[in-house]
Design a protein around this ligand. Structure first.
Ligand code: ATP
Length: 251
């Protein structure tokens, strides 16, 4: 049953195609993401998920296609696209609070605005007591929280997350999934989150985009209509998980 969604379109991807030489990896993908939407992208191993993300960040230039943000062509000077990768990458010579403030200082925001945002993120991420610590003094998961907090603090037009919890054990992953939902709800960011883990996708997403085997197309978009916090053992949750698993099976 489709759920009505009146939020404006934030990101519009039109006919995205990527080739490496003769190898077609992304095949004419078009989709919209609404303002404040949380989208998870899943697909078979090697189907082109990272290439897809790298085309959105402009690490790779698409062979064809366009990306629009708020109706105009995406432009790094005008728009703010943030990313979180699998490997934690806090700046080791800066304290936790300096790490979170880093991008805001580059953007030359006023000091009071920076202080306010840093405090908000430290509160939301439970990092207040570590604000003067260095990343090397903290656990890997705390370091990943710094990176996630730093990205949200930028209030990005689009936040891209590429398997950010790939390295974490299950308990830590559940904890960080709840943290990311809390930040997203509080700040209303628009998020694309790539994962191998279908349970994670159903737990987090408002919408799951399923990619086909390479060359990747969008096979289906599934709206996850479940209340939060989600119960991974509920019959409806398991039904979504099984449905999506079935769709990406290719063996
Ligand atoms: N720079 C490149 N040059 C040539 N081929 C590339 C390049 N980057 C990726 N590819 C090819 O594109 C295809 C998709 O790779 P990609 O890493 O995007 O897949 P993925 O879905 O992220 O993989 P995984 O599921 O392992 O994370 C692969 O066949 C890969 O070999």
């Amino acid at each position: 049953m489709p759920v009505e969604d009146n939020r404006p379109i934030k990101v519009e991807v039109k006919n995205l195609t990527k080739r490496f030489g003769d190898l077609l990896v992304l095949d004419n993908m078009s989709f919209n993401i609404r303002k404040g939407e949380f989208v998870c992208v899943v697909g078979p191993t090697g189907c082109g998920k990272s290439t897809f993300l790298n085309c959105l960040t402009r690490i790779h230039m698409p062979s064809e296609g366009d990306l629009f943000i708020d109706g105009v062509p995406a432009d790094p000077r005008k728009h703010n696209i943030s990313f979180v990768f699998q490997e934690p990458s806090a700046l080791p010579w800066m304290t936790v609070e300096e790490n979170i403030a880093y991008g805001l200082k580059i953007k030359k925001l006023p000091k009071n605005e920076i202080d306010e945002r840093v405090n908000q993120i430290l509160d939301l991420m439970g990092l207040q007591e570590f604000r003067k610590s260095y990343p090397g003094e903290l656990s890997v998961s705390a370091e990943q929280r710094i990176i996630i907090g730093r990205s949200f603090a930028m209030r990005p037009d689009l936040l891209l997350m590429d398997e950010p919890y790939g390295q974490m054990d299950v308990k830590m992953r559940f904890y960080l999934e709840d943290e990311v939902i809390r930040l997203w709800k509080e700040l209303g960011s628009t998020v694309i989150f790539i994962t191998h883990n279908i349970e994670e996708a159903v737990y987090l997403a408002e919408k799951v985009m399923i990619l086909t085997n390479k060359p990747a197309k969008i096979k289906e978009e599934v709206i996850i209509d479940l209340p939060r916090p989600r119960d991974i053992t509920s019959p409806k949750f398991i039904e979504y998980r099984n449905y999506i698993t079935d769709k990406i099976k290719w063996w």
